[in-house]
Design a protein around this ligand. Structure first.
Ligand code: MG
Ligand code: ZN
Length: 190
């Protein structure tokens, strides 16, 4: 007799980077300025152990503004991933938008569909990782992070802040004062 194996759907958490994963010094384009926020590595490891893919989606207009290059961005990304590896907490994918409508660097000057609050990168990630929006959640420290996620159909939205933002009044979301609270929150609703 043959049993049918029901494959569990992929589930994922979409993270913003600056201000959620690392301290937001503004235009973090060098390893020297990349400083993990407290308990982030452990927390990401716990979330991954719960079966979530971890996907990073970040606006990097510093590239458009000529503050740092795409190569610099990847250096910081590699460093971040190396620091996460001992915690089994590396991101499964990293997506970034290098554009800005008023970019100093002409090749990046455009009104794109990937800069949050546009949902382009979320839609791309959902497709590339065979994810359904209802099995995903998003964590950001700015309204535009959650607006972008919501436009991609994600409804479980967490504002990683202790203060609510009026721009989010039409979106159902939860305040997440500390990222380290997320694993327990997810276990509670599972
Ligand atoms: Mg941020
Ligand atoms: Zn873009």
């Amino acid at each position: 007799m043959r049993t049918t194996q029901k494959r569990m759907p992929n589930k994922a958490i979409f993270f913003d980077r600056d201000g959620v994963i690392n301290r937001d010094y503004g235009y973090v384009g060098k390893i020297e300025n990349f400083e993990f926020l407290p308990e982030v590595q452990e927390t990401l490891g716990r979330l991954k152990a719960l079966g979530y893919k971890l996907i990073l989606i970040t606006n990097q207009s510093g590239i458009a503004r000529g503050r740092y290059t795409e190569a610099d961005f990847w250096q910081v990304t590699n460093y971040m991933q190396q620091q996460l590896a001992p915690y089994q907490a590396s991101f499964d994918a990293v997506y970034f938008c290098p554009h800005h409508p008023e970019a100093q660097v002409l090749e990046y000057r455009r009104q794109c569909s990937c800069r949050k609050p546009q949902p382009g990168l979320f839609l791309q990630a959902l497709a590339e990782h065979e994810l359904q929006a209802e099995h995903c959640l998003a964590v950001g420290d700015q309204p535009r992070d959650l607006i972008a996620a919501s436009r991609a159909g994600i409804t479980r939205l967490y504002l990683n802040s202790s203060t609510d933002n009026p721009e989010l009044k039409d979106l159902y979301h939860q305040l997440l004062p500390k990222l380290s609270l997320l694993p327990e929150l997810l276990q509670a609703v599972a």
